[in-house]
Design a protein around this ligand. Sequence first.
Ligand SMILES: [Zn+2]
Length: 316
Amino acid sequence: MHAIGIDIGGTKIAGAVVDELGAIVRSERVPTPAGDVAKLEDAVVAMITSLAADEEVAAVGVAAAGFIDAAQSMVYYAPNIDWRNEPFREKLEARVGKSVVVDNDANAAGWAEFRFGAGRMVSDMVMLTIGTGVGGAVVAGDRLFRGGFGAGAELGHMRVVPDGLACGCGQRGCLEQYGSGRALLRMANEVADAGGVGRALAKARDEHGTLDGRLVGSLMMAGDAGALTALRELGHWLGQAAASLSAILDPQRFVFGGGVAEAGELLLEPIREAYAEHLPARGYHPEPDFVIAELVNDAGVVGAADLARVWVDEHA
Ligand SMILES: [Zn+2]
């Protein structure tokens, strides 16, 4: 049976009919109506109705950034949408006449990797999505880990530096401030300021006014020593965090997704190094492997659809 997955992002809503093997049968996308909750809901309903028109679908899964309850029903809080304790599942079910589940977007992407991508050979997996921020997903014993209230696996807000840099969550020293795309740009600027290997970064910054992900990425891929210095620093923080996560979760595999993960082995190498340095009781137990995510753009919709299918299977 097919299922529909909808991924509500900051700029676009992506939707697809997805088959049981994670393949997209058909897809649509529209801009996210920013700042208008009623229009956003209408856009999601219109997309579900359109996708379901010629397909037999078992259920609908919706992914969005935010805290969502463990019953996959209520959005406690969303950073980009004006939702506070929004009963989104109930509202959608009433309008589309199908079973709906709502999940956190990082959880949906992680679940897609676990089912159909880089995590499909293991039972326990941790995924870190390195975009502007750091998203997290945990699969433990073949199940997505949500926590008792649904707000678990926020791995980007694990504290890595006591009294460190201020974070958008209201705390200090979160991994997101040391392991995200935004952190990489800060590090690249610091390398540029220091001169020496930072010369090419400083030159690119002078020419373009500011350093962005694309500039730093292209210098990295060209083997520029300054850009690689910044990436190594980022990788070291991520590797340290992975060592702590291993002590808690003991996954067989760490998967890295998001824009920064396009650096591939250049990112994984410093992660593995720092992991080895910081792993508790190293040498006395098996160690996980570190890989790049495989599904990239479609992970959100594919994961959301599959989580809806899982829910129907378990509640039929
Ligand atoms: Zn934080």
